[in-house]
Design a protein around this ligand. Structure first.
Ligand code: MSP
Length: 533
């Protein structure tokens, strides 16, 4: 039995462990926002969830970056790693574990794991000849290279010729077992297009890969031969295991794997798919450790239709973006506007347009004008409407009744954009409904009961929308819930589990007259277009 079957009420997800050679970029922010939204959704449903992130701090690339700045590598890593935690705070990322691969505890875990693989006779000394890309920290096949011996991913960087003794991991031994894994668990690699990529790669035949380097100081020594330094990827992937240790726990593989292993999902970008979907499962097979649930490779972000890169000078600084527009705006744009799994674009005018349309107008204004009407026409109290008497074919209730299920499926499938679309479609129907029903006219005609029914249905729909959007825009959802008179904090999951449990709040029709509505106020300010656009 897949060990994950036993762990239905817990959920562990990882982001990649980010290289600290440079400050966090929008790509790192993108994966982390998605992982956070997913973890929050798991918690909303009452599962206990663990979000693991961290920094990957060894290897030649980082050693070189530190040297270029005249710094010793450890203090350089300390500083760079802190820029990640600081960005996560700004983006309202509620991570549970932040693993740094330069810690002593990690070294103990790496050593024990290496020993297991060594004892399996899966490591041997050999001669490595090949083209190495320092930016990828990976050997490249000659046929993959671009003209001028440039890396296909870091297109402005030339690869270097290496001819040295390295320790190798017997990846080739696991080819059949890997193919069997992909066959038996067709959802192990997602989306489907990435699975096909990996299948093709593995079917072409796997070569053993080198897991040590010579002439490199910045890394852990190979436990059996200190003249070699362990390859950064061998060490980094194991960060996912070390991260699972409780803070005071003795660092052993057994302890690390006891509670949260296997990880349910590794969220990564498409460029590091091979490491996660081929090398990593093979390493785990060798060490006889159960395999993770899934690997999902998302797409790449571009800016104004162009690949982002330092050479083009068009990188997008996530810190600047979040300081200018706030966490919810950034989270919403990337998760709603880009289909997760596909490549997507950032364009500032589009960004402002989407946020104004969806959050300021459709959602924010709707709540505001409805609450003001409730004040004017219903004395400021939640209208006294019995949900049982609202017919199931009521245009808002009809959508609301199935929305929770639809959105759950979308979140489970990491279809964040689809989840947002479904929720926004209820919100848009509310706006249409109010305009058609014109409660202001009904009020003038003395049709008080009808006014109350209209306003109740809209308020309840906005509540449901806020609840289901809370994993993506927690601050706005908090504001909406508070204005509707709930004492709920979506940033505090032990609180919202009790104050707004999923089985009640993901349904339509729970708003009650007991709620003391608060003063209406804007939940998301309209953004101004920058002068240049
Ligand atoms: N350190 C390794 C991961 C080790 S995991 C055990 C690494 N780090 S990284 O910092 O270079 O990349 C981290 C993530 O950022 C990768 O998932 C990569 O796909 C992602 N992105 C880098 N540029 C990106 C975009 N322009 N768009 C979206 N994501 C991108 O690789």
């Amino acid at each position: 039995m897949n060990p994950l079957e036993k762990r239905k009420n817990t959920f562990a997800v990882t982001t990649p462990l980010y290289y600290v050679n440079a400050l966090p970029h929008i790509g790192s922010a993108y994966t982390t926002m998605a992982a956070d939204a997913l973890t929050r959704f798991q918690r909303l449903q009452g599962r206990s969830a663990l979000l693991i992130t961290g920094t990957d701090e060894h290897g030649q690339k980082i050693q070189q970056s530190a040297e270029q700045q005249g710094r010793d590598p450890q203090s350089f890593c300390d500083q760079m790693s802190a820029s990640f935690t600081s960005l996560w705070q700004k983006l309202n990322i509620k991570y549970d574990r932040f693993i740094r691969t330069t810690t002593d505890r990690h070294q103990v875990i790496v050593k024990e794991f290496f020993q297991r693989v060594w004892d399996k006779d899966d490591i041997y000394l050999g001669q490595q000849q090949g083209w190495y890309c320092v930016s990828c920290e990976e050997f490249k096949e000659e046929r993959e290279l671009l003209e001028g011996k440039r890396c296909p991913i870091h297109t402005n960087k030339q690869v270097e010729w290496r001819d040295e003794q390295n320790y190798f991991f017997r990846l080739s031994k696991y080819q059949e077992q890997l193919l069997e894994l992909y066959r038996e668990r067709p959802d192990f690699i997602q989306p489907e297009s990435r699975r096909n990529e990996v299948l093709n790669f593995v079917k072409q035949g796997l070569q053993d890969f080198s897991i040590s380097r010579v002439n490199l100081d910045w890394g852990f020594p190979v436990p059996t031969d200190p003249n070699h330094t362990l390859y950064v990827w061998f060490d980094a992937l194991l960060g996912y295991v070390t991260a699972l240790l409780e803070p005071e726990e003795e660092p052993t593989l057994e302890n690390a794997l006891a509670k949260w292993w296997p990880i349910n999902l590794h969220l990564i970008g498409k460029d590091i798919l091979r490491f996660h979907a081929v090398y990593w499962p093979a390493m785990l097979m060798s060490a006889e450790v159960p395999l993770p649930g899934k690997v999902f490779g998302h797409g790449f972000l571009t800016k104004d239709g162009q690949k982002m890169g330092k050479s083009l000078g068009n990188t997008l600084d996530p810190v600047e973006l979040v300081e200018k527009y706030g966490a919810d705006a950034v989270r919403y744009y990337f998760l709603k506007e880009i289909e997760f799994g596909k490549d997507g674009d950032f364009n500032e005018s589009r960004f402002i347009h989407v946020l104004n349309a969806d959050l300021a107008n459709d959602l924010g204004n709707l709540l505001n004008r409805t609450l003001n009407m409730v004040k004017k026409y219903c004395g400021g109290n939640v209208p006294e409407v019995n949900n049982q008497q609202v017919p199931v074919e009521h245009p808002l209730k009809a959508i609301g009744l199935t929305l929770g299920e639809e959105v759950t499926q979308a979140y489970e499938a990491l279809a964040f954009s689809q989840a947002c679309e479904a929720i926004l479609s209820l919100v848009r129907t509310c706006n249409k409904f109010i305009d058609e029903q014109a409660p202001w006219t009904l009020y003038k005609q003395g049709k008080q009961q009808e006014v109350e029914q209209v306003l109740y249905a809209v308020l309840e729909s906005v509540r449901l929308a806020a609840y289901l959007l809370s994993p993506i825009i927690p601050t706005i959802s908090n504001k909406i819930y508070n204005q509707l008179g709930f004492n709920v904090n979506f940033d505090d999951h032990s609180q919202h589990l009790v104050a707004a449990p999923f089985n009640a709040h993901a349904q339509w029709g729970i708003l009650s007259i007991k709620q003391q509505l608060a003063q209406p106020g804007p939940v998301f300010p309209r953004l101004e277009m920058p002068p240049s656009s």
